[in-house]
Design a protein around this ligand. Structure first.
Ligand code: 2RA
Length: 329
């Protein structure tokens, strides 16, 4: 399997390479792609050095799969070119997610939708991925009416410049700014740009992507997405209202038995999910499982995951693994 990683030197691209290595992905040739200024440099993968090549060179090498994490404009321009060359593209940008002809995939939820005809596949937004992994088994059992989610998102979701801003602020030194305000000892109720309806683009991604991935527009979703000075991953406080009532012990066992989920919920011993524990893991961690006592048939959960791994790189690699397993590529 010839695999290209487009954006190989970026925050997510670097994690994609790490995940491919850790999961011993069955690749016969690796094609790292980055901007012209990086062409010719080398990356090390499984102890071997691979030269970074240009987009055109990579397309000419006709990879079987191309994992993209290079921004929306790059995906819009070059994903179709890889597709033309016979490559299946799995894109981590938001460029294709709401395209009705493109599948938006979280393997634990809707990998079954994939077919050999899907040559551009969209990787959902990180904050959406970790939430729908948990919603899916509960929706199947109790049918979800409405979801209210507040997120607490790591600066790594913004990128290297944001991590540098946080670290510089903690050291009390000036430097490049990724945010309009200080992020250390602060929270910003503002991720991406504000829309006409007062929501941010990040919040509307959670709303629209959830309905597409769950294939159910009847699920009402509202979101408030917040940036916090944390590194290890995104956390989410999720309130779910169901059509049908539930048994709390059954909810817990359903989650414990669902793929990709680890339940960490023992408050008597102060056990609950935290970004520090989720960092560099591929699972979605769920805790603080409790009935919402203010409403019938409603549940509160706390969901944490590493946004660079399950929220981006690992989910993309899992899609690629599924394509190989089902001989769709
Ligand atoms: C963020 N989910 O956290 C967005 C994009 N990675 O900034």
């Amino acid at each position: 399997m010839k695999v290209a990683v487009v954006g190989a030197t970026g925050l997510v691209g670097t994690v994609m390479l790490k995940v491919l290595e850790e999961r011993n992905f069955p690749l016969t040739e690796l094609i790292p792609v980055a901007s012209e200024k990086s062409v010719g440099k080398e990356i090390t993968f499984k102890g071997k050095k691979f030269p970074i090549v240009s987009m055109d060179t990579a397309i000419g090498m006709r990879p079987d799969i191309a994992l993209f994490s290079a921004g929306g404009n790059t995906s819009l321009e070059h994903a179709p070119r890889f597709k033309e060359a016979g490559t299946t593209v799995i894109d981590n940008s938001s460029a294709w997610r709401m395209d009705p002809t493109v599948k938006l995939i979280v393997p634990e939820v809707n990998a079954h939708e994939l077919s050999i005809d899907n040559k551009i596949i969209a990787n959902p937004n990180c904050s959406t991925i970790q939430m729908v992994v948990v919603l899916k088994p509960l929706h199947d059992k109790y049918k979800i009416k409405r979801v209210v989610v507040s997120t607490y998102q790591s600066v790594t979701g913004t990128g290297v410049k944001a991590v540098e801003q946080l670290m510089n602020e903690r050291k009390g030194i000036d430097g490049p700014k990724a945010y309009p305000y200080e992020i250390d000892l602060n929270v910003l109720p503002h991720i991406d740009v504000f829309m006409e309806n007062g929501y941010t683009k990040e919040e509307m991604k959670m709303v629209k992507e959830t309905n597409k991935i769950m294939s159910d527009d009847s699920i009402k979703v509202t979101a408030t997405t917040v940036r916090i000075p944390v590194m290890g991953g995104h956390s989410e406080s999720v309130n779910i209202e169901f059509e049908n009532d539930f048994d709390l012990a059954e909810v817990r066992s359903i989650l414990e038995e669902s793929p990709g989920i680890i339940v960490v919920d023992d408050v008597a011993n102060l056990k609950y999910p935290m970004p520090k524990d989720a960092h560099e893991k591929d699972e979605v961690f769920v805790g603080r499982i409790r009935r919402d006592e203010s409403a019938p048939k409603a549940l509160n959960l706390w969901i944490v995951a590493d946004n660079l791994r399950k929220g981006a790189a690992t989910n993309a690699v899992q899609i690629a693994e599924y394509l190989i397993q089902k001989e769709l590529v």
